[in-house]
Design a binder for this molecule. Structure first.
Ligand code: AMP
Length: 286
């Protein structure tokens, strides 16, 4: 496995592979890898001839008061795991390599970027789209792999691909959870044991939504209120948002007709966690 830190280096390797007819799979990450990331890597290894994983904590997607400095990093552990799995290349650039002095260009997917997480994290999706487009241009992947854990991100990236006529195809893979239901996240390492326990309320409230839906409830106000009540029973939890939205434009809906995204963000102490579930009539999940 080759680890590249420079754009010219990875570009050269990939253009050589492409000339030889190899298909390229790409998994963008911010590192501190867990099973959620690794599920994307496995899918890439099975889908394409070569797999590139990027590890880059992208400064432009963090707000000024957010955890950019504290975000967990462990490049040597990450590269060891990726090498074991049979990944071909890791691209781990420095911030200066991606954003040299004088950098001025940003990509925005308007409207979608302002909903859900965009409301409490202004500028976040602008940073995400900018880095993803840069990485796509550098790596030119045939396939790129994203997690349903970041549902809004996956929807926005797909919109960017469509609107900007990019060639890369996307696969969105299911949320990987711990045995007790907590969605895996690099940020879970911030949680104390007590907070880790309290964090289960995210998944529990989503399960409650699923249950109500299965029992026939279609009014989102009823489902949302039940979720909010459940979360408010947990003293360490503070709701950022709980929303039930249409899957394409992320608009709130009042009645679920065939399919909806239930998404939430909850602070556990100072740690902001997100999770989601898709509610769909049988046979309408895809
Ligand atoms: P991150 O390193 O947090 O930027 O995540 C990199 C990719 O891994 C994104 O596409 C995430 O959606 C995905 N991912 C993160 N956590 C999970 C998870 N628990 N299950 C599935 N995919 C995940």
């Amino acid at each position: 496995m080759k680890v590249c830190h420079q754009i010219v280096e990875i570009k050269e390797i990939i253009s050589r592979d492409k000339r030889q007819g190899f298909s390229i799979g790409f998994v963008p990450t911010m590192g501190y890898l867990h099973e959620g990331h690794l599920s994307l890597v496995r899918e890439s290894l099975q889908t394409t001839a070569k797999t590139v994983v990027s590890i880059f904590v992208n400064p432009t997607q963090f707000g000024p008061q957010e955890d950019y400095q504290d975000y967990p990093r462990d490049l040597s552990r990450d590269t060891a795991r990726l090498e074991e799995m049979g990944v071909d290349y890791v691209f781990a650039p420095s911030p200066n390599e991606m954003y040299p002095p004088g950098f001025k260009t940003y990509v925005e997917v308007t409207q979608l970027q302002d909903k859900l997480c965009g409301r409490s994290r202004p500028g976040h999706f602008r940073g995400v789209c900018t880095i993803v487009l840069k990485l796509f241009n550098i790596i030119q992947p045939d396939w790129a792999f994203f997690g349903q854990k970041d549902a809004q991100q996956a929807i926005i990236i797909q919109k960017m691909i469509k609107d900007l006529n990019l060639e890369t195809k996307i696969k969105v893979l299911p949320i990987v959870r711990d045995q007790d239901g907590l969605a895996l996240s690099s940020r879970n390492t911030y949680l104390s044991p007590e907070q880790r326990q309290a964090a289960l309320v995210l998944y529990q409230s989503l399960q409650l939504a699923q249950l109500l839906f299965e029992e026939g409830e279609r009014r989102t106000s009823t489902i949302k209120q039940a979720m909010i009540n459940r979360i408010q029973q947990e003293p360490l939890a503070k709701i950022d948002y709980v929303e039930i939205v249409e899957m394409e434009n992320l608009d709130e809906i009042s009645l679920i007709t065939d399919k909806a995204l239930v998404a939430l963000a909850v602070f556990i102490g100072r740690v902001r966690l997100i999770d989601n579930v898709i509610l769909a009539e049988k046979g309408k999940k895809e």
